[in-house]
Design a protein around this ligand. Sequence first.
Ligand code: HEC
Length: 148
Amino acid sequence: MRLGDLIFRLIALTAAFFLPHAAADMKNTELYSIKSQSKAHVQPAIEPQSGLVNAEGVNTVLAHCSACHSPSLITQNAMSRERWLETIRWMQDTQKLWPLGDAEPVILDYLSTWYGPKTSARRPNLAPHLLPKTGSAHISKNYTNPHG
Ligand code: HEC
């Protein structure tokens, strides 16, 4: 076999081996980007030691937020970005939390993404005086037949 032949075969073999992997990788990234658009449907991985969601920013959060108290104070909460910022300011004003600098937006992104307000499809129940009255008396009193 000539050397050129051998090299060609090697290249063909290598390509045959790697191409399916490359294709699979592309599919995975696609899937991932679809998922990451809506975190509500993602079942996030939990960091076993802290109980925090293992996602971008978790190490920054751990570095700044686990020195004084358990991270479970975070996992127990569900707040908007504004409320998280208020909580941070409160700790800075009263609990000696240090300035977070560049880490602050990273921490706020993380907290509001994974520990944001619980979104529920159900609205809260109506107050009793707003509920429709039940009973036939009410119906006959208010019902007017548009056709006479
Ligand atoms: C310098 C110490 C310190 C650091 C660092 C710290 N906290 Fe706190 N945090 C406190 C103290 C003290 C409390 C009150 C604890 C209590 O009530 O038991 C608290 C309470 C909280 C609460 C509960 C607030 C409430 O209203 O119930 C949350 C949530 C919280 N911290 C999140 C964080 C986050 C997020 C970070 C990182 C940005 C952080 N903490 C970093 C000291 C700290």
